[in-house]
Design a protein around this ligand. Structure first.
Ligand SMILES: [Zn+2]
Length: 149
């Protein structure tokens, strides 16, 4: 997405949690605690992925995008589909997106990344490099398919 900025990647934290789980220092009940709200958001606004759940390995992960920001008013804290985000990014100056991965099989959930979107990002960042960096090697193929939809 063209206006994406200030990306924070939480994959290190996720790997740390999975390590703790493998070592038996935390139980699956500690990490597989998706709330009914999160699971509903995943069902109705989630973005399916082709990545297997790291815990149960029988379901694919769903990504949920939560939006926060003063400009959103009563919509703040709601989940949005990935296709709705560029529209919001063109109409609002700045808002925060939190991406959470959820497994609808075993209730595993973890924050994946957060970033800012909005028209404020259009100034001085027009070469598109930040977009490539943010997509990463793993997400690139999926993003490309989405763009063709
Ligand atoms: Zn699972």
């Amino acid at each position: 997405m063209r206006t994406q900025r200030q990306v924070v990647d939480y994959s290190l934290q996720k790997r740390a949690v999975l390590r703790e789980l493998l070592a038996g220092r935390v139980g699956t009940y500690d990490v597989c605690d998706a709330s009914p709200y999160l699971k509903n958001a995943a069902r109705f606004h989630g973005e399916p992925t082709d990545r297997r759940c790291p815990i149960c390995r029988s379901e694919n992960l769903t990504l949920v995008h939560y939006i926060y920001g003063d400009e959103l008013k009563q919509s703040a804290g709601q989940a949005r589909t990935l296709t709705e985000l560029p529209v919001l990014a063109m109409t609002l100056r700045e808002f925060q997106v939190f991406v959470v991965e959820v497994c609808l099989g075993c209730d595993w959930n973890h924050l994946v990344e957060q970033y800012l979107l909005g028209r404020d990002g259009l100034t001085g960042d027009s070469d598109g490099t930040s977009e490539r960096d943010a997509a990463g090697a793993e997400g690139t193929g999926r993003r490309r398919r989405e763009a063709q939809r």
